[in-house]
Design a binder for this molecule. Sequence first.
Ligand code: NAP
Ligand code: G4F
Length: 362
Amino acid sequence: MKTALITGITGQDGSYLSEFLLGKGYDVHGTIRRSSVDYRERIAHLEGHPHFHLHYADLGDSMSLLQVVGKVRPDEIYNLAAQSHVQVSFDAPEFTADVDATGVLRILEAVRQCGLAATCRIYQASTSELYGKVEQVPQNESTPFHPYSPYAVAKLYGYWIVKEYREAYGMFCCSGILFNHESERRGETFVTRKITLAAARIAQGKQDKLYLGNLSSRRDWGYAKDYVECMWLILQNERPEDFVIATGEQHTVREFCRLAFRYAGIELRFEGEGVHEKGIDCATGRVLVEVSEDFYRPTDVVNLWGDPTKAQRELGWNPTKTSFEQLVRLMVDADMAKVAVERAGEEVRTNLAEYLEKGIVK
Ligand code: NAP
Ligand code: G4F
């Protein structure tokens, strides 16, 4: 039985990767952080599994990493932990650098200090944000980097330090340069999930309007569940190499929004430009989407489009397993169900309060 250690196991990708590796018969260990609210929603269903284990560690704390790596002695490490929100990295640049840049170094050194350099394979969660102010479309493994946020600059260090340890110490460590991947488990402040949740709430009368930033920004959006398979394939490869993981298809935030609302039963038309652009309900004329400068970034990456040819050819990975339309549909369906359950809960609470007040129930 192989042993894997996943940092960032409570995140979107960590939860899917755990399920995937357990399905492959791995003993799965993950790092969690202490928090005043125990927020482990994405992995709650895995707790209690005999091959699923959690350990406290923080990428900012070398001691905790040394301790967990020394104890688990993993065959494979998936370093997914990060301050992963690009906009937040402008507000917390130093924390982002500590976790997303130096944190990668701490993992690599922990492996070396524990004497596992020759046996432990390491996957580093790199990102299409490295291409930033893009110099070429679509982007592949040879496209020059031009990071365009504190997040991307920190991740660029992670990319290079992984390459350095591979060349200097012969370690099997690789970066997956992943383009945006989404799911029903995506954090609610990333644009796709923000849109699908708002579309569900608006369709069910629980929200009036959705405020977004740059509607013309383009992304290559894939399904997170498909992408974790590729992380594993990268570590099963004969040689340690870096790979671009993407669908090869590009859409704007506006297109995502229009489709999500359509699946929630609302046909939108967009009118106006820049901050004055609005998404209008074709049936009622109501303005449901507006632009707010609060969601503009000091520097925004606007044209990400990946070329997954190498991963297709060398890893046999299928980049089009889940189409863009299927991705939007599954996210909207999940949020429609979530909002319906919340509404039902509210109704039960309201009725119960009324029955208690009237003495119908005691
Ligand atoms: P996510 O949902 O934000 O999860 C991030 C994880 O990192 C969480 O488990 C979080 O723990 C943990 N974490 C944050 N700071 C930490 C610290 N100081 N020490 C230890 N753990 C820490 O991100 P994701 O979407 O799953 O992405 C996984 C990785 O892929 C990230 O490195 C991200 O930068 C990268 N990536 C993501 C995408 C994408 O489109 N999703 C694309 C390219 C690259 P808490 O739950 O305690 O906060
Ligand atoms: O959903 P986003 O916040 O994702 P972003 O910045 O592309 O970062 C994600 O993908 C990266 C891979 O390329 C990962 F490395 C990173 O960890 C993260 O998972 O924003 C996507 C686009 C941006 O151009 C943003 O300006 O959508 C635009 N946008 C427009 N309105 C918005 C909004 N983004 C957010 N979060 N919220 C808005 O209201």
